[in-house]
Design a protein around this ligand. Structure first.
Ligand code: R5P
Length: 309
């Protein structure tokens, strides 16, 4: 029997998934002490049951990660048969290599924690770099949300012919990602994608510049494709470059919004027309803005999990 638990990071998403799977959310308690420590308690009999814990590890990433570890520990102590984590947004995934000598490789550390705490399997949605999948030595599934974003964008812009639309990666690292999106958008018709040459300032956080754009966006709707928005800088600089190169308008498809404090206002004021994203991360009231369109990944995740029920 499958039991579904929700961490506190995005209870609304867990509720939607539980409704899609037609199973209730199992009882648990998460207590936060005044010194910021957390305590997790399982309040149901889980002995010999498979258990799912849904918890995106978005801001505050460390708190949400610890909570996930504690859920896993508590479930194992109660003799759950298998503990499976659904981490719709996998925080720290961008720290997957030493970008500069002397840096930690945080994604690797998180994966080792997840494995050693006794998880049976991990599901994520659009991991930053597919190569990170290979670091996991337990079963792992990377769910692709781009088809649902492509479907929504198709409805929004109507005509998505390759003559009228250009899919653009805002950096070199995102070329494969943009291709995944564009193959769905253009129904596998022959096409090329455009790429922005982005340069990060490694000495300062959240600083990057868009240097040049390769590919044809002239008189087209440019669709910028990315995995995550934090400061919004990557998208805003790339959007301006697309317009400078003759794009008629810019729309974005970004799976996760793990917003920095200024991003919502700055994105609303930017030349980007619409930002299509998903609900992998909880959208706080103060982060809502007119240009942002959230598409739910609950049906997609439920579809992946339904064989466990
Ligand atoms: C970079 O490799 C990522 O795919 C995103 O483009 C980047 O992290 C977005 O961050 P920001 O919104 O702060 O520019």
């Amino acid at each position: 029997m499958l039991k579904l638990f929700s961490g506190t990071a995005n209870p609304g998403l867990t509720k939607q998934i539980s409704e899609s799977l037609n199973i209730p959310i199992a009882k648990s308690e998460v207590v936060r002490f005044e010194n910021s420590e957390i305590r997790v308690r399982i309040e149901e009999d889980v002995k010999h049951s498979d258990c799912l814990v849904i918890q995106p590890t978005a801001n505050p990433s460390d708190t949400h990660l610890m909570e996930l570890f504690f859920f896993c520990d508590a479930l194992r102590r109660q003799e759950a048969k298998k503990v499976i984590a659904v981490i719709p947004y996998f925080g720290y995934a961008r720290q997957d290599i030493q970008h500069r000598p002397g840096e930690c490789v945080s994604a690797n550390v998180i994966i080792r924690f997840l494995e050693s705490i006794g998880l049976y399997k991990v599901y994520v949605v659009n991991l930053h770099d597919e190569a990170t999948e290979g670091v996991f030595s337990i079963p792992f599934k990377n769910i692709n949300a781009f088809p649902i974003l492509a479907t929504e964008i198709k409805k929004y812009i109507g005509d998505v012919s390759v003559e009228k639309v250009a899919v653009v990666s805002p950096d070199h690292g995102g070329v494969e990602r943009a291709r995944k999106f564009s193959d769905v958008l253009f129904d596998n018709a022959d096409h090329t994608i455009a790429v922005v040459e982005k340069k990060r300032d490694m000495q300062h956080i959240h600083q990057s510049v868009a240097l040049d754009l390769y590919g044809d966006v002239k008189r087209k709707t440019a669709i910028l494709v990315d995995d995550v928005i934090t400061s919004g800088g990557t998208l805003m600089h790339a959007a301006q470059l697309c317009l400078d190169h003759g794009a008629t308008r810019v729309i974005t498809a970004v799976v996760h919004h793990d917003f920095g404090p200024k991003a919502p206002n700055e994105l609303q004021a930017s030349p980007i027309e619409k930002i299509f994203t998903t609900n992998t991360v909880l959208l706080k009231e103060e982060q809502k803005f007119e240009k942002l369109v959230e598409v739910s990944v609950a049906p997609l995740i439920a579809e992946e999990l339904k064989h466990l029920v």
